[in-house]
Design a protein around this ligand. Structure first.
Ligand SMILES: [Zn+2]
Length: 429
């Protein structure tokens, strides 16, 4: 057994309040658990991959007296937080879209660029031209940036292949990435990310249901690839509400959880439909209706908020305050993709606070326990509790809020990132 002690910390942000909550909603999102030391430091003990004890330095030293400790990490002057969980990313692609960024700054909308053959269509073409090796190198490099920015678990979507076997290639590379980098990966099948050229949305809906999802089932049954969720870009001019429903239900039938893009650029009724069919999460929701908020609150469907995308596209932010007050569990993601190029959850949290009017505590709950719950993994991840996996960030700062407050400066604050109890990033002095 490998025993690791982290000692001397100023604060340990547990997020949950030791009631073993699987997610937080309403007022509880603001009332997160933080252990502070008045005198002396705080310790956290890890055995193999798991957190086994949390307490003052003195108490932990007493409890483990005489026992062998393999590693010791000095966290003097530091705060310990759970590793961030990024609930929405598109990390596998080739060809950046910096040229479109300039167009967007000059006033072009997302859909205008997409209709001109840019946007997702451009990335699909560039991805097709890239070799497996190029795609894998790009993917692992992006995941590494995330890990160094404190993200220890990330949802990764396919979706720049659109058709089989291009989507299959992306699935296989995502699966391979697991052996190159120690970050948790939850794979989401997102062939319905856009409609390929020369195809209609209806043709693609049939193709995805009758061909792609059937082939996917074979791979899952053969244990070749571990896929968790099914996704659709439910949007005016892409997949309509009925096509989306059919694709999502077909995915659900083979055991995938429903986790899709809805009500982003236009109101489509995605929230109502998702709540009705048992979606675990719906992302974006900038144009959600009052009825949609009620439906998601009742069904406890997670709203995955992606403030960086709204910021980059200069669109209205989702009504996050209303969602939280109504009891919708809210989670956060970076939406890392060639449109919204960002991989740091600390930046998403800052934008969520400033642009979506979330409190610092709500933003942290959304980026940890709730984003873990949006991926169905909050029994093991997303908070600091005895029995949970030791996915941790050790930050040198006077109090935990600095990781959000010091906008874009996470590289200066994060000293260590631990995945399953092992140091996977240490800042050079
Ligand atoms: Zn997305």
């Amino acid at each position: 057994m490998l025993r690791t002690l982290i000692y001397g910390a100023r604060q340990i942000v547990t997020v949950t309040r030791n009631n073993k909550e699987k997610f937080l909603c309403g007022k509880d999102m603001h009332a997160i658990g933080v252990i502070k030391s008045d005198a002396g430091g705080l310790s956290l003990m890890i055995e193999n991959e798991n957190i086994v004890a949390i307490g003052t330095d003195d108490a932990i030293a007493r409890d483990f007296e005489g026992m062998e400790i393999d590693n010791k990490i000095d966290a003097s002057g530091c705060c310990i937080l759970p590793g961030f969980v990024d609930a929405h990313t598109h990390p596998i692609w080739a060809g950046d879209r910096v040229h479109e960024y300039a167009k967007k700054l000059a006033g072009a909308t997302y859909m205008e660029i997409m209709r001109e053959g840019g946007g997702i269509g451009f990335t699909v073409e560039q991805t097709k031209l890239a070799t497996d090796e190029e795609l894998l190198i790009g993917l692992v490099a992006r995941l590494k940036r995330m890990l160094h920015a404190g993200t220890t678990y990330v949802e990764c979507k396919t979706g720049y292949g659109l058709e089989w076997p291009d989507e299959l290639r992306l699935l296989k590379l995502l699966e391979q990435a697991r052996s190159y980098i120690p970050i948790g990966i939850s794979i989401t099948y997102c062939a319905a990310h856009a409609v390929p050229k020369n195809k209609t949305a209806e043709e693609m809906t049939e193709d995805i249901i009758n061909k792609q999802i059937k082939a996917l089932k074979q791979l899952i049954d053969n244990k070749e690839i571990d896929v968790n969720d099914i996704d659709v870009f439910c949007e005016k001019g892409v997949y309509d509400i009925e096509q989306s429903r059919r694709i999502l239900l077909a995915g659900q039938q083979i055991g995938l959880s429903i986790n899709f893009h809805g009500d982003e650029l236009n109101y489509t009724g995605s929230a109502e439909m998702g709540a009705e069919i048992g979606a675990r999460a719906i992302s974006h929701l900038e144009c959600i209706s009052e009825e949609g908020i009620r439906a998601m609150a009742n069904a406890k469907t997670f709203a995955v908020i992606l403030p960086h995308t709204g910021y980059i596209l200069r669109i209205e932010m989702p009504p996050v305050r209303k969602m939280i007050d109504a009891g919708v569990p809210v989670a956060l993601g970076t939406d890392a993709n060639p449109n919204a190029f960002s991989s740091a959850m600390s930046i998403s949290m800052n934008l969520a606070c400033v642009l979506c009017h979330m409190s610092l505590e709500e933003a942290l709950a959304a980026a940890t326990i709730n984003s873990a719950a949006a991926l169905g993994i909050s029994d093991k991840y997303g908070s600091i509790e005895v029995g949970k996996k030791a996915d941790l960030i050790i930050c040198r700062c006077p109090s935990w809020e600095h990781i959000i407050y010091q906008f874009g400066d996470h590289t200066h604050i994060i000293r260590y990132v631990l995945k399953h109890g092992e140091v996977v990033y240490a800042k050079s002095a």
